[in-house]
Design a protein around this ligand. Sequence first.
Ligand SMILES: Nc1ncnc2c1ncn2[C@@H]1O[C@H](COP(=O)(O)OP(=O)(O)OP(=O)(O)O)[C@@H](O)[C@H]1O
Length: 299
Amino acid sequence: MESVLTINNLTKRYGRLVAVNDLTLEIKKGEVFGILGPNGSGKTTTLGMLLDVIRKTSGDFKWFGQPATKEMRKKIGAILETPIFYPYLSAVKNLEIVAEIKNAPKENIEPALKKVELFERKHDKFKTYSLGMKQRLSIASALVCDPEVMILDEPTNGLDPQGIAEIRELIKSIAKDGKTIILASHLLDEVQKVCTNFAVLKKGDLLYSGLVDDIDKGEVNVEVASDDPSLLEKLETCPFVARVSEDMGKYTALLKDDKLAADLNKYLFDAGIMVSHLVTMKKSLEKQFLELLAESDNA
Ligand SMILES: Nc1ncnc2c1ncn2[C@@H]1O[C@H](COP(=O)(O)OP(=O)(O)OP(=O)(O)O)[C@@H](O)[C@H]1O
C-alpha cells in the first residue's frame, strides 16, 4: 500500500522537556490511524510538526514520499482546533468564505455539507448550531478542499454521547470514501471504534504501534498445578510454551502459536499428567493500555 506519511526520528524539545522523542512511524493510504496517548503525551505537538505549525527540533518526515511543499499541503485537511466561523453567518456562507480563502471550488460546498449531514440546516446561522454541528461544520470546511488526508485532533472532545457517535460515524464514512485519516485521541475506546491502525505515545515516547484488530489478541498465560512432580519438566519441554514461572506451588505458562488452555490440558494429559488446577490468565492489550494510561495519569 502506498505510503502517505513516513516519520523518521522526529523530535521536539521545549528547553529540557522532550515533548516528542525520536518518533518513527509510517502511515499508509486508506488507514485510519489513531495517535493514542494521555494528555501531555505529545500528540498535538506531533501533529503540529507534521503541519509545519510547530518547528521540529530534529528528525524528518515526508508526505507522499516527499518533503512537504505548499502545493502538497493542499492534499492535507487539518482540524487542530475549531476554525473561526462567523457566528451570524449561515453554514453555507461560512463555507463560501473558507472556499474563497483556500482557493477551493465552490462546487465542493454542497457535497461537503451533505457529507456532514448539515445540508438541511445550511441556511441556519452558525451561532444556532449545537457543539456537534459546529464540529461537523469544521470537518466540512476541510472537506471543501477535497483533501487526500484528514488530520483530526481530539475530534469528539466536549461533545455529548450523540454528538460523539455522529462524529465517529462521520469519520468512518469519510474513510470509506478513500481518504486517509490521522486522528489524535486520549480515548482507547475511540481509537478502537474508529481506527484501523494506531500508535501509543507516552511522555513523547512511542510505546507501541500496530493494528487495532490486534487489541483483542493478547498474551495467553495459563496457571497450572498438579501433584505430579514432573509437571515443570513437561511444561518446559512443551513446544508451545514460551516461558514458565513458578509462584506458591503453581506454574504459569505463557503460550505461543495461538494455543489455548485446552491445548495445554490435552498436551499434559497425553503426557500422563492430571492437573488439579488450570486457569487462563489472559492479559489483553486493552488491559495493558488501560494500565499504561492509568499509570501516566498518576505520574
Ligand atoms: N509551547 C510549549 N512550550 C513548552 N512546553 C510545551 C509547549 N507545547 C506543549 N508543551 C509540552 O509538551 C508536552 C506534550 O504536549 P502536547 O500538547 O503535544 O500533548 P498532547 O498529547 O497533545 O496532550 P493534550 O491532549 O493535553 O494537548 C507536554 O508536556 C506539554 O506541556
